[in-house]
Design a protein around this ligand. Structure first.
Ligand code: UDP
Length: 479
């Protein structure tokens, strides 16, 4: 068959973490629905966890153009790939994965009688070495930044912050205002900048990586973001001054649901979990009254201390509210926690609480018993909560979460920012405010935002049209 008559072939390479893998797999499905061939490239480590805990392979069989490929991340199998040591993966990817990736593209092993050689690459913005290889071989590459656009703009503004003397500030005077991030002059403080900005020097490796991404961005064909125009229009306009070709195509989980229903007539089931989902919590939720439960989860990467865990636990029990709490097996720093409930918390936890190691979060947030979300403010969690119409308390851990929690409270009015404190009295008060005292105040903006988010992915609306434009651009670059 004439290769030119075959569909475009897009290679997608996510950052090997839960959030990006989840998000990019959803984009892969959307491109498959448009008839594309998609090769989804996972590191061996991520692929083995994904296959162990999900039925993703059988689910994706419905797309004849989809396939997984794997590549080594160069780290030994017993490396934790989490917490402070995650950063080590970047050197290892550049040293080991880069030449393997080049070889993979050059060898032609990704093409077949029915699939063209790769015509376009969609890569996480943090994987800058992919752009270098793509340019050598002559394949157009798009960045997909799976973090929040408000944090992307803060990252893009780092050179300006340095020039203006607003960085570094060595973690001091965290309430001082920040003036050099456009559109955020009125409310941004040092403590709301992405966490890497708290480092005392400009030499730290994560900051250098971000600056590389900022420098390389103009060399890509465009930037894909998991957001929708209606939530962040002014922010997106500022990002366009760095990268005019922007595609806001989210919230991707809602977008995929809409398009699968449109194309296939059945709703999408789309778990891409790297942990075993404990679905028993859904049965527990079924037995709880409407909007009575606060869901607590700090995502896939946050690691806390035993001391903080106890502050949250006391706050939750003292609030008198029902709670569903995800405590990952690796969530406590440097301690082996035996998962026993402390004696003084046993009664309150047994009466009103349910604890799991990992939950089917999208389903949980959509459950009618859920009335609030105590979250770390990861961008996927934030979008999932927005679509489900659930107000939030945000306790940011790192990366974009510090900016997200400021936007949550100050700009979107969807809940409260609890950053830089962890105290049982505050936890208890905020939970009561969210679930009861200030509930009506938050629900007005929450309902409005949920409607905007859901509408944006429907036919002809902003995210739907932006995805169509991305599909057309990927098609025309494949001619
Ligand atoms: N998640 C889940 N079950 C859990 C906790 C989290 O499925 O018990 C999913 C959640 O739905 C989200 C992702 O893990 O899609 C976490 O991504 P996010 O960007 O919120 O935070 P990160 O883990 O990257 O810090």
């Amino acid at each position: 068959m004439d290769q030119q008559s075959l569909p475009p072939h897009v290679l997608i390479f996510p950052l090997p973490l839960q959030g990006p893998v989840n998000c990019m797999l959803k984009l892969a499905e959307l491109l498959c629905l448009a008839g594309f061939h998609v090769t989804f490239l996972n590191t061996d480590h991520i692929q083995s966890r994904l296959l162990r805990h999900t039925d993703v392979q059988s689910r994706l069989k419905r797309y004849p153009g989809f396939r997984f490929e794997t590549i080594s991340d160069g780290l030994p199998e017993d490396h934790p790939r989490s917490g402070d040591r995650f950063i080590e993966i970047f050197d290892s990817l550049a040293a080991t994965t880069k030449p393997l990736f080049r070889e993979m593209l050059n060898s032609g092993c990704l093409s077949s009688d029915t699939a063209r050689p790769v015509t376009c690459i969609i890569a996480d913005g943090f994987l800058d070495f992919l752009l270098v290889v793509a340019e050598e071989i002559g394949i157009p590459l798009f960045y997909f930044d799976t973090t929040s656009p408000c944090s992307v703009l803060a990252y893009l503004s780092i050179p300006k912050l340095i020039d203006a003397g607003e960085l570094p500030f060595n973690g001091n005077d965290l309430d001082a205002p920040i003036r050099s991030v456009p559109g955020m002059e009125a409310f941004l403080r040092r403590r709301d900048l992405p966490s890497l900005c708290r480092a005392g020097d400009l030499d730290n490796p994560v900051l250098k990586r971000v600056l590389t991404e900022v420098r390389l961005l103009p060399r890509t064909k465009g930037l894909i973001l998991n957001t929708f125009e209606e939530i962040e229009g002014p922010i997106l306009s500022h990002i366009r001054s760095h990268c005019p070709n922007l595609y806001a195509i989210g919230p991707l989980h809602a977008h995929l649901k809409f398009r699968v229903a449109e194309e296939m007539g059945s709703p999408a089931s789309s778990s891409n979990s790297l942990w075993e989902e404990d679905t028993s919590c859904m049965t527990w939720l079924d037995a709880q009254p409407l909007k009575s439960v606060i869901y607590v989860s700090f995502g896939s990467m946050a690691v806390t201390t035993m001391e903080n865990l106890m502050e949250f636990w006391h706050g939750l029990v003292n609030s008198g509210k029902r709670f569903l709490w995800v405590i990952r097996p690796d969530a406590i720093a440097g301690e082996t926690w035996d998962r026993q409930t402390p004696a003084e918390l046993q009664e309150g936890t047994k009466e009103r609480g349910y604890i799991v190691g990992w939950a089917p979060q999208e389903e949980v947030l959509a459950h009618p018993a859920i009335g609030g979300f105590l979250t770390h403010g990861g961008w996927n969690s934030t979008l999932e909560s927005i679509v489900a119409g659930v107000p939030m308390i945000c306790w940011p851990y790192f990366a974009d979460q510090q900016v997200n929690s400021r936007f949550l409270e100050e700009v979107w009015k969807l809940g409260m920012d609890m950053k830089d404190t962890c105290d049982r009295v505050i936890v208890e008060k905020m939970i009561n405010d969210l679930m009861e005292v200030r509930r009506d105040e938050f629900m007005g903006s929450v309902d409005k935002m949920a409607k905007l988010a859901r509408t944006s992915v429907s036919k002809g609306r902003s995210s739907y049209s932006n995805l169509d434009r991305l599909i057309e651009d990927l098609r025309s670059m494949s001619l």
